[in-house]
Design a binder for this molecule. Structure first.
Ligand code: IP8
Length: 257
């Protein structure tokens, strides 16, 4: 079976981002299928999309405890919404014959950002984790992005072959925001010295959008991990990316390469 491939299923890819708690079942099933076809040992990290960002934004959960603000129900609701999204992911993977174990981060991780604490759980075959509301020593709770979890798995597991970000609606990192970009604006090889004008829906998202993926991807590349971003709506590209074949998308290389 070889080494492990760490793959992010973007939240905007696997949910309908503008409709509260609505899964994109077609995409989830396509991704589950290619994961099963790949025959690889996988760590799948999924994002939150409309199961996390909308309520987290409304109740300002990424800011931690705000005195005088009623946030406790929202913390529990987002955790339970994320368990529902995770269940859809796990069910689909299992229905494609995979041996899967899922580990809700609020049970094993503390703190936010790339230096969160907690031992990374791993299952023999397919491990599933996701962006979540976690406890935090300073601010009581906060939002741990799947992108930070990706970074830690990709750089700390001993046998990682590569890291793949499957994202929604775009072919990779574009020079211009998707609304203004043309076919020639895909950046095929990106490193931190190369500027791009990412679009971040900060009125919707509580985590970092494409900019955070690029930044975490660069940190992985720095440690020698191959990183690629691909359009997650095109199953063949996701499969090629998992297998390490050449594919339309953005490869991230370290600033020093
Ligand atoms: O979508 C965010 O995770 P991400 C988690 O991976 C929540 O950045 C609960 C909003």
């Amino acid at each position: 079976m070889g080494g492990t491939v760490v793959i992010k299923w973007g939240g905007g890819l696997i949910t309908h981002k503008d409709q509260l708690c609505t899964v994109n079942q077609t995409v989830i099933d396509q991704l589950a299928k290619v994961c099963s076809q790949s025959g690889k040992k996988l760590v799948i990290v999924h994002g939150a999309g409309s199961f996390g960002h909308m309520k987290a934004k409304k109740y300002r959960l990424s800011e931690g405890r705000i005195e005088g603000s009623e946030q406790d129900d929202a913390v529990e609701e987002v955790r339970s919404d994320m368990i529902k999204l995770n269940q859809s992911v796990v069910n689909s993977l299992q229905s494609h014959g995979l041996s899967v174990k899922s580990y809700p981060p609020h049970k094993w991780a503390r703190g936010t950002g790339p230096d969160f604490s907690g031992e990374l759980p791993v299952h023999d075959h397919v491990t599933v984790v996701y962006g979540d509301v976690v406890d935090d020593d300073d601010s009581e709770f906060g939002i741990l992005s799947g992108d930070d979890i990706m970074l830690r798995y990709a750089t700390e597991l001993p046998d990682v072959e590569r890291a793949v970000f499957a994202i929604g609606g775009v072919d990779g990192i574009l020079r211009l925001p998707p609304s203004r970009a043309g076919p020639d604006d895909l950046i095929e090889i990106w490193h931190p010295g190369l500027e791009f004008e990412g679009e971040h829906a900060s009125e919707i998202d509580v985590t970092g959008g494409i900019g955070l993926k690029a930044a975490r991807g660069a940190m992985m590349a720095e440690k020698g991990v191959d990183v690629v971003l691909v359009n997650g709506e095109i199953p063949q590209r996701v499969l090629s990316a998992i297998l390490g074949e050449s594919v339309i998308g953005t490869r991230i290389i370290s600033g020093n390469s």
